[in-house]
Ligand binder design. Structure first.
Ligand code: CXF
Ligand code: ZN
Length: 374
């Protein structure tokens, strides 16, 4: 095992210019007292990595992205008590730990989420990574991990210990996309037995929501997408009905299926017209959640009086309102019991196929790419 107490060379996927990843050597520094060095076994690729790669969501370049890492603890800082070297971990978003929502036990609603996860540096301006030639700045700390790399420095707050008998290379997406969909259903909306539920978008987040709705006992689960392959997969994973938004009128179809609209709905697309359709398709007193990243200037507008008199609720949800140390092991237990088959979403790629993985995800050829790294 390499000595993690001194700076050493690792391999990472860098975004030097917007639009593509490039594998190369970088220097990884030692962990601070509250940090952990994780040997990354595999990392999921999430839509958020791509919007940052393309600078739609700007993080300064050059940067190492990746925020669905899974691996083995290699070294821990002096104050770390949660894990020891050799433990298997999944890495999630990083809460600040000091704001009101964090104190209230809602770290996913952290008031400093963007400053902590998208700044490309630690709060004090320092970095765990440096360019291989030692000169200039390499932005890192993406979601407190930057896990498109053979090794990542994580923090005790975003590192989740997972059961050692689980297939580690599969687990990274639990830390973002999968907990986002499942958590919104099970934790934010609290979808219940016998309820009706619709999801706009059947990508990794939406399909995780479908599986979670089945776990929750919803008896009508409607998946809306424009890709027939995704609608077929949704039906296999528990959707009782599918709607092709390109060929059918979504609101009309949901009303036809349910009679009076759905109890619960969530939107993964971030597209205001679809969010409007989702709210319209709710029944009286229904509840909907928005959780997909939208364009910077996107605005949701609703017919105000109708919204008020229908007594509906529309909520914003980040990361499924998850407390990862609690929720990720719960989802994993469900998976190990065969009740949450999120492996059905995953296609594995080698680390050096990262650009191909991204292209396949964008074209809808894969649902959740996972890069095998070590
Ligand atoms: C993100 C989406 C944009 C807001 C923060 C959380 N989810 C993760 O990919
Ligand atoms: Zn993500």
């Amino acid at each position: 095992m390499a000595d993690a107490s001194t700076e050493r060379e690792i391999t990472a996927a860098l975004v030097r210019e917007k639009g593509s990843f490039e594998l190369g050597p970088v220097l990884l520094g030692p962990p601070r007292d509250d940090e952990i060095v994780v040997r990354i076994v595999a990392t999921g690729l999430c839509h958020t990595d791509l919007v940052v790669r393309d600078q739609v969501y700007p993080v300064p370049l050059p940067v190492v992205l990746g925020h669905e890492g899974a691996g083995v603890v290699e070294a821990v800082g002096a104050a770390v008590e949660k894990v020891v070297p050799g433990d298997h971990v999944a890495v999630s978003f990083l809460p600040c730990g000091r704001c009101r929502p964090c104190f209230d036990g809602s770290p996913a609603s952290c008031a400093n989420f963007n400053a902590v996860n998208f700044a490309g540096q630690r709060p004090d301006g320092s970095h765990a990574l440096r360019p291989a030639d030692g000169g200039g700045i390499l932005h890192d700390r993406f979601f407190g991990q930057s896990s498109f790399a053979t090794h990542a420095v994580t923090n005790e707050r975003n590192t989740v210990k997972v059961r050692p008998d689980a297939p580690l290379e599969l687990l990274g997406p639990l830390g973002c996309g999968i907990q986002t969909g499942a958590g919104t259903v099970l934790r934010a909306l609290s979808v219940g037995v016998g309820s009706t539920f619709a999801v706009m978008g059947a990508g990794a987040v939406g399909l995780s929501a479908v599986m979670a709705a089945r776990v929750a006992g919803a008896t009508t689960v409607i998946a809306v997408d424009v890709l027939p392959s995704r609608l077929e997969l949704a039906a296999e994973l528990g959707a009782t009905h599918t709607v092709n938004g390109r060929e059918q009128d979504t609101v009309e179809e949901i009303r036809r299926i349910t009679g009076e609209g759905v109890d619960y709905a969530l939107d993964t697309t971030g597209l205001p017209p679809l969010i409007g359709q989702m709210v319209e398709a709710l029944r009286q007193r229904g509840t909907a959640a928005v959780l997909g990243a939208s364009a910077e200037d996107a605005v949701i507008s609703l017919p105000a009086n109708t919204f008020m008199q229908s007594c509906k609720t529309l909520m914003g949800v980040v990361e499924g309102n998850s407390v990862p140390d609690v929720f990720v092991p719960q989802l994993l237990d469900l998976h190990m019991q065969g009740r949450f088959p999120f492996d059905r979403l995953v296609t594995f790629y080698d680390f050096d196929q990262i650009n191909e993985a991204a292209a396949d995800a964008e074209a809808g050829r894969t649902v959740k790419p996972v890069l095998r790294i070590g």
